[in-house]
Design a protein around this ligand. Sequence first.
Ligand code: XIL
Length: 722
Amino acid sequence: MIGMLLALTSTAAMAQWGRPVDYAAGPGLKDAYKEYFTIGVAVNQGNISDPAQIEIIKKQYNSVTAENDWKPGEIHPKEGVWNFEKADKIANFCRENGIKMRGHCLCWHSQFADWMFTDKKGKPVKKEVFYERLRDHIHTVVNRYKDVVYAWDVVNEAMADDGRPFEFVDGKMVKASPYRQSRHFKLCGDEFIAKAFEFAREADPTGVLIYNDYSCVDNGKRERIYEMVKKMKEAGVPIDGIGMQGHYNIYFPEEEQLEKAINRFKEIVNIIHITELDLRTNTESGGQLMFSRGEAKPQAPYIGTLQEDQYARLFKIFRKHKDVIKNVTFWNLTDKDSWLGVNNHPLPFDENFKAKRSLQIIRDFDAAADNRVPKEDFVPNPMNQPGQQYPMVNSEGFARFRVEAPDAKSVIVSLGLGGRGGTVLRKDKDGVWVGTTEGPMDPGFHYYHLTIDGGVFNDPGTHNYFGSCRWESGIEIPAPDQDFYAWRKDIPHGNIQQVNFWSESTGKMQTANVYLPPTYGKLVKGKQERYPVLYLQHGWGENETSWPVQGKAGIIMDNLIADGKIKPFIVVMAYGLTNDFKFGTINKFEAKEFEKLLIDELMPVIDKQFLTKPDKWNRALAGLSMGGMETKLITLRRPEVFGYWGLLSGGQYAPDEIKDPKVVKYIFEGCGDKENPDGINKSVADLKAAGYNAEGLISEGTAHEFLTWRRCLYKMAQSLFK
Ligand code: XIL
């Protein structure tokens, strides 16, 4: 039974139903991005010693940076003392596996060979002595590894951060320098930058020489980097490219800010590397923070969604600028040893080395969607509350949302594309949260809700519909065939009555909604006609309102009758007891309680209160999703009660489960083409071959949602009670 239900659901839903999804299945990142840029990772000794981690590196990445082991302070801690062991291990790992490296880094204020600044007695040396030592360092490292290195971070983080308009120099408050006040700068001014690049070029005439820094998207720092690199290049310093570190977070940067920096740097270089990408789950960013380690605390799912969305946005921008962006490198392999601490969960692999959905979202991008701009013909959704403009839908099926929540930190709409788990809204200039789905939605009805800072709320713009065991917001995307469920003013309309009845077995009043056709109760040749009955069940998390309201069952029936496509019949839509079901127990689900309620309690009430034809050949049972499971279980156990059976995204019958073609006059099976069409087609073919009157429907362009089931009802109804 589990298999049956899972086969019905999409990948995203599968995770919800409790089966782990392997997000690493599929091509490696390096392969997905081969038309764009290389994909790199910063590694430590542990990463290249453990088979599980080695496998991740080899599959996903075609560029490696040593996280710490190549830094001057590690490799060259004293004059004449070289620690090449760890550095060699990484280089050899890459040589053996055919992976090219980014050499990080040759000259930096931190983790540096500080001995270069002083003589044996601890006195400061002249800059000429420093340059000699720096040159020796750079030449030695570059010559040792240039066979495996394609790019060098020659100078790291030489520019000052934003937010320091003034600073103290020699006890005086002066206008802040554009340069970081490092020992290098204090001794040499910005000449040390030029020297470092010159030394690197001498040693490696062909490698890509990079200036690398963090917070490049900050307005001030961006301009300081720009001015420095421009000045250097004009003076003939061999800077080939700019490294943008990319220590960002799940809220920052905005796409515009990132693009501004890329476009600015494009003016002076034609190579940009995103050298150190990770997305913190707090609001901090930059290259100078450290977090405490400790055991991983689980992260709220909405934080994961924000991170996935931010990764998706950033990579979309990176792809757009593939003319200059030649590499994107993640800073660390997994959350387990992120330099930001495990509780920031900043990377596409978690603390157990498992791929996160972020990995899938970065990898499985839709290149065609990258340049898609929705048509600006948005109109208020027909399901909105009176007077509400939002949500809106355009003619292509894009949905646009607008939510006022001035003090919120994040607003997510649970509708979206690409398995991302939603559309993340952004604050516009008026402080209102706005956002548009990344692409057209499937046609038809969708439930949704808002997640505001982790809490679940409905969109005040729309009406509410019972699904997922709660009243959810709903939106309706226009469908090409929407006329079959549209109100028509020129035809007779039936009505839907609510029937409340005492159920002894559940100890409660229960409710059913009963559709009566327009002719119901009218005298025909002096007699009241009796009608066949379809018992039509909703799915998990829904109730007796789902078919009449979002299912539009009554409208569909009116239209079918008016067009002469069916002879009128009654439709009973009862609550199917599906809401107390606990995930993980689906294999134990037997529908025994509902069988009792339906056959022993509800049916006698219906047959007593209404003009029914109370026999098997005038009675059908059908249901969607979990209601389909109920239908299958009950019809197979009680074939004497129902003569027509229907499963709507609710599994299939096999001939040997039924055993006798005479017990059922008609079997309907349907689903969306995004569900399990092959299963349905095969089952219908098998049933027909075994002598059953079976019919299938694969709904075009839909998944496990109400347009699939509206279409199924429309088709199935035409074959019932014939
Ligand atoms: C970090 C390492 O990841 C840490 O392990 C180390 O303690 C400090 O440095 N900018 C850089 C990287 O260029 O070298 C830094 O790496 C992160 C910020």
